[in-house]
Write a protein that binds this ligand. Structure first.
Ligand code: AMP
Length: 194
């Protein structure tokens, strides 16, 4: 299964991504996690990534595409993957589609986790306190939500037109959301029988 999970920051993507990855036995690849891990390195690229993340903006398409496409060549992605937090721009959508096309594959489904903005702000600020994440404070949370609404939400239309968009309500307890999600995913892209 080749899947994407999309949704505003704070919609519970990371949690649901872990459950989906486990269910289909595929790696969950989060660009946010990759960039957070990079932030601690003492290299010019790491400094650049840290500054961008702390401002709430997006890392450049050039850097992001290169990192993701390289990650997708690793052996654990041979039977599928779940991308979380990528693609986030139209350029990234096109780059990913072209890369999959070159390999004769395509995405099976794109999960869109929907959440109310006010709910999401509360969740993000709570998580920032617990995890001490410097990229999540009141200002950057607002910028990140605006970035999502302006740059990323329109991508859902692209996948809707491709007929692979699966929209799921992300509000409620984790197990209820994941049940909704698997039901929708099973209908949209039944897992191949072994
Ligand atoms: P996330 O944890 O997915 O919300 O990502 C945290 C931060 O990492 C974002 O606010 C961006 O600065 C950066 N980032 C993650 N994924 C991408 C992407 N696909 N394109 C550009 N920047 C990204």
């Amino acid at each position: 299964m080749r899947l994407l999970i999309m949704g505003p920051p704070g919609a519970g993507k990371g949690t649901q991504a872990g459950l989906i990855a486990e269910h289909y036995d595929i790696p969950a690849i989060s660009t946010g996690d990759i960039f957070r891990a990079m932030k601690t390195a003492d290299t010019p690229l790491a400094h650049q990534v840290r500054a961008i993340m702390d401002s709430g903006g997006y890392v450049s398409d050039e850097v992001t595409n290169a990192i993701v496409l390289e990650r997708l060549t690793e052996p654990d992605c041979e039977n599928g993957f779940l991308l979380d937090g990528y693609p986030r721009t139209l350029d990234q959508v096109k780059t990913l589609d072209a890369a999959l096309d070159t390999k004769g594959t395509r995405l099976d489904a794109v999960v869109s986790l929907q959440a109310d903005v006010d709910e999401v702000v509360v969740r993000l600020l709570k998580r920032a306190q617990i995890e001490g994440r410097s990229d999540d404070n009141e200002d950057t949370v607002r910028i990140r939500l605006r970035e999502y609404a302006e740059k990323t939400a329109p991508l859902l239309d692209v996948y809707r037109q491709q007929g692979i968009l699966v929209e799921v309500d992300g509000l409620g307890p984790i197990d209820e959301v994941s049940k909704r999600l698997f039901d929708a995913l099973d209908k949209a892209a039944p897992a191949p029988t072994a």
